[in-house]
Design a protein around this ligand. Structure first.
Ligand code: AMP
Length: 125
């Protein structure tokens, strides 16, 4: 079920539990600002989720409330992960779902990073 991205942060969401180490994950990258791990239901040969360490519901919440350091650290982490995975030359896709129409299911900001094959047009038709 998609979430309502205007609700307050729920620290019982599954990615909050992953950040606290309460649920296992297949970590790809971790630093002060971000954690990246393999999606449990991959939609491409490489499907990684990158999340900020801070408690932000969505891209909307993050872009409104996060500090400049948090935003820079998170965005740089996404780029670093793609470069380290060798995705720049073949290309890749970033996606952040927000709220109901975006079909966001987990209420902690996450950027999907897809790669490893031609990904086709942006939206299903
Ligand atoms: P979204 O629809 O953008 O909220 O996507 C949520 C994503 O989280 C989906 O691609 C799920 O497969 C993924 N997901 C849910 N639970 C886990 C988990 N425990 N570990 C890794 N990925 C997960």
């Amino acid at each position: 079920m998609p979430i309502n991205a205007t609700l307050p942060y729920d620290d019982q969401n599954i990615f909050a539990k992953i950040l606290r180490g309460e649920i296992p994950n297949k970590t790809v990258y971790a630093d002060e600002w971000a954690l990246a791990f393999h999606d449990i239901n991959p939609q491409a040969p490489l499907h990684v989720l990158v999340i900020p360490r801070g408690a932000y519901v969505s891209w909307d919440d993050f872009s409104a409330r996060a500090s400049a350091d948090e935003i820079a650290g998170f965005i740089r982490a996404v780029g670093h992960i793609a470069r380290e995975a060798g995705l720049v030359e073949p290309g890749y896709r970033l996606l952040a779902n927000v709220g109901g129409h975006g079909h966001q299911e987990v209420p902690h900001l996450h950027v999907h990073l897809f790669g490893g094959r031609p990904l086709g047009p942006m939206l299903a038709r």
